[in-house]
Design a protein. Structure first.
Length: 202
């Protein structure tokens, strides 16, 4: 009920930010199906770095088929034993899974009334989950919409230290075709968010 009361206070700009966080979370949580590819193919961007990355992703989506994207997703994130990339904060920051970054995230999730879905079994510090958490905080999905300070603190603690590194690795991964373009969008978006939070810190 609280989230519904807070919804009118979320600006159009913040809704767009949340939409992009959600979209990245969707693309990184599971292989894109035909509907998601069609949605992605319909995107268009401006002449900014992020806009060009979005336009590039749309072009690749138009040429992609669900089966090929699924094979790519599996090679990147699942593989035989493990995929080419391990998209978890603990791994990127410590070299191991289920380490202190995950414990700190769980503490902050509790503070923000976030709980892991019953049908999700991977660690909460996956890049997909963190993108979805950030989107939810912005629009108030977990209660009151997060203040800018709360968003900045969560971003700086759980996303900024490693997300750009991950998205850069995703761009360059040998298995990446569709997901290389996802990486480009993520990398550009993280740079914008980092700078925006830095500029509003004072």
């Amino acid at each position: 009920m609280t989230a519904q009361v807070q919804t009118p206070e979320v600006t159009a700009e913040d809704r767009l930010r949340a939409d992009l966080y959600n979209f990245l979370g969707l693309l990184l949580a599971r292989p894109a199906d035909q509907g998601t590819l069609d949605q992605t193919a319909g995107l268009s961007g401006d002449s900014s770095g992020l806009g060009e990355a979005v336009s590039g992703l749309a072009r690749v989506a138009r040429a992609s088929k669900p089966k090929a994207v699924e094979r790519e997703f599996n090679a990147l994130f699942i593989g035989l034993g493990r995929g080419e990339l391990l998209p978890y904060a603990s791994y990127y920051l410590t070299g191991f899974l289920n380490e202190k970054p995950l414990a700190r995230l769980r503490q902050d999730m509790l503070a923000h009334q976030m709980t892991r879905s019953d049908n999700v079994f991977e660690p909460e510090d996956s890049i997909a989950s963190l993108m979805e958490m950030m989107a939810g905080m912005i629009v108030g999905r977990f209660g009151n919409a997060a203040t800018l300070d709360q968003q900045r603190t969560f971003f700086n603690n759980h996303i900024a230290p490693w997300a750009t590194h991950f998205y850069t690795d995703l761009e360059a991964a040998k298995s990446s075709v569709f997901y290389a373009s996802v990486g480009a969008v993520g990398r550009e978006f993280m740079a914008i968010e980092r700078e925006a939070f830095r500029m509003t810190a004072d």
